[in-house]
Design a protein around this ligand. Structure first.
Ligand SMILES: *[C@@H]1O[C@H](CO)[C@@H](O)[C@H](O)[C@H]1NC(C)=O
Ligand SMILES: *[C@@H]1O[C@H](CO)[C@@H](O)[C@H](O)[C@H]1NC(C)=O
Ligand SMILES: *[C@@H]1O[C@H](CO)[C@@H](O)[C@H](O)[C@H]1NC(C)=O
Ligand SMILES: *[C@@H]1O[C@H](CO)[C@@H](O)[C@H](O)[C@H]1NC(C)=O
Ligand SMILES: *[C@@H]1O[C@H](CO)[C@@H](O)[C@H](O)[C@H]1NC(C)=O
Ligand SMILES: *[C@@H]1O[C@H](CO)[C@@H](O)[C@H](O)[C@H]1NC(C)=O
Length: 416
């Protein structure tokens, strides 16, 4: 009886930890503490070079790409641009022929393959920004603007614009501040420097995206008959009827118990003497969306013993802090870099059994998974598949299992 009460209390505590991690998180990300997107304005002779640097280890900006906007503080106009364009010209009656006279210009990157004359370095990829880990070269976007003042129709330094937005869900940006002018190396010995540089910084926060998740994790294992499915209705309101309800048939996302566009399957597939094997599959239940440059972050202590990855690229996410059990998987070019609409990508990974290894207490299951930078909902630890009690691979007793959950609890507290 006492034991039951204690277990129930512990369960409650775990639920609270889960709730606080799901809904209480702010912009601080333990897996990428300094991750940000920096917007720089480098003033050159008569033009401004605007660059977006994605300094995030694993978050990227996907199609349809960034839509960078701000408010002009004065009477600025954009005479012309290279590498990007404003979505609206606005009222240019006082400056006929200007590119945009909007008080709140929204700039979009040009598409791939525009004529060379309209390009600058790092432009023209449709607003897509790679993560730093996947491709540091493609983690920067840039365009040039020629800005002047509406009233005086003179070139010169505009007043500092404010209220920057990336136009990508989940990001909030600071206002611009003056920083040391950007220095750029030209050739071997020479540096050139901007006349002046302004910077604004944008941070991602999962809470800014809304209450629903975008993905969930299911956990089949070879040692249990129960496939632990994604939590019910994780990613949206469940349809009123059954799976054949009409609103579900026409919906963009396939009708499932979890209603998530993405499900990640972590399948503990096989045990060998010194190794174990996981089959990792990602299902796209969205019938009208291709994820062209998908990635997943996995947190599991065994990733330090990762021996072989069969058909994804992999790079550990090395942290400055204490967590170094995290890695990034993504697709291989021309093979599975795109997760197709209504489709699947999958791989198998081989991990060495380290000294802490166990199939017991859910140890072999991932601690956290993120798809395209957004944290996936995990089934609650109480639902984790159990080893059959007669299994020879079992190493811990039931009491130890609670110890393991306690460790998860402590970890959860440390991470919040
Ligand atoms: C943004 O990231 C860069 C690179 O990691 C870092 O140097 C910079 O301090 C960060 N900016 C802020 C405001 O945290
Ligand atoms: C455009 O701006 C000019 C000058 O401010 C103003 O006189 C004119 O009414 C505006 N036109 C429209 C359609 O708003
Ligand atoms: C700028 O953002 C602040 C809040 O961040 C808001 O109160 C203000 O109205 C915005 N300014 C404009 C011109 O939209
Ligand atoms: C940026 O500046 C504007 C105008 O001064 C202000 O309304 C807004 O709150 C500021 N935004 C932030 C994030 O500080
Ligand atoms: C997704 O990719 C497939 C194959 O390339 C293509 O036929 C389909 O139109 C794409 N879907 C969308 C929504 O772009
Ligand atoms: C990760 O951290 C552990 C313990 O702090 C250490 O033993 C291990 O060498 C580290 N691994 C890497 C790849 O940094």
């Amino acid at each position: 009886m006492e034991m039951e009460k204690w277990a129930a209390g512990r369960r409650m505590a775990l639920i609270l930890v889960l709730l606080c991690c799901v809904f209480g998180g702010d912009a601080y990300d333990v897996l990428d503490p300094t991750g940000n997107i920096t917007i720089s304005w480098d003033f050159q002779e008569i033009k401004v070079l605007v660059s977006l640097h994605n300094y995030q280890l694993y978050r990227h900006v996907e199609d349809p790409g960034w839509r960078l906007s701000w408010f002009w503080a004065g009477d600025e106009v954009i005479y012309d641009t290279t590498g990007a364009e404003a979505t609206e010209q606005g009222n240019c009656s006082l400056f006929v022929g200007a590119h945009s006279c909007e008080k709140h210009p929204v700039m979009v990157d040009l598409a791939r393959g525009v004529p060379y004359a309209r390009q600058v370095d790092h432009c023209c990829r449709g607003g897509v920004l790679s993560s730093l880990t996947q491709n540091s070269e493609a983690a920067t976007s840039a365009f040039l603007m020629h800005v002047g003042n509406f009233k005086s129709s003179s070139d010169g330094i505009p007043q500092k614009p404010f209220n920057f937005s990336l136009g990508v869900p989940g990001y909030r940006c600071s206002n611009a501040t003056m920083v040391a002018p950007t220095r750029t190396r030209i050739g071997k010995h020479r540096h050139v420097q901007a006349l002046m540089t302004w910077q604004a910084t944008c941070f991602y926060s999962q809470t800014a995206v809304g209450p629903f998740r975008a993905c969930c994790v299911s956990l089949p294992t070879f040692y249990s008959r129960t496939i632990v499915e994604c939590p019910h209705c994780t990613c949206g309101a469940c349809p009123a009827g059954t799976s054949t309800a009409p609103q579900c048939q026409d919906a963009e996302i396939r009708c499932t118990g979890h209603m998530c566009p993405i499900r990640v399957h972590w399948h503990v597939k096989k045990s060998y003497t010194e190794y174990w094997r996981v089959k990792l599959s990602i299902n796209n239940f969205n019938r009208f969306k291709n994820y062209s440059d998908w990635n997943i972050v996995v947190q599991h202590p065994s990733l330090q013993e990762l021996t072989q990855v069969f058909s994804f690229a992999y790079e550990p996410l090395v942290q400055r802090g204490t967590i170094n059990d995290t890695g990034l998987f993504w697709g291989l070019p021309r093979f599975n870099q795109m997760l197709p609409q209504d489709g699947t990508v999958q791989t198998e990974v081989l991990l060495r059994k380290g000294k802490d290894f166990s199939f017991s207490g859910g140890w072999a299951l991932p601690r956290k998974i993120y798809f395209d930078g957004s944290e996936c909902a995990m089934p609650p630890p109480d639902d984790f598949p159990q080893l059959p009690s007669s299994s020879p691979v079992q190493r811990f007793s039931g009491g130890h299992r609670w110890l393991a959950s306690g460790a998860v609890l402590v970890l959860g507290l440390l991470l919040t």
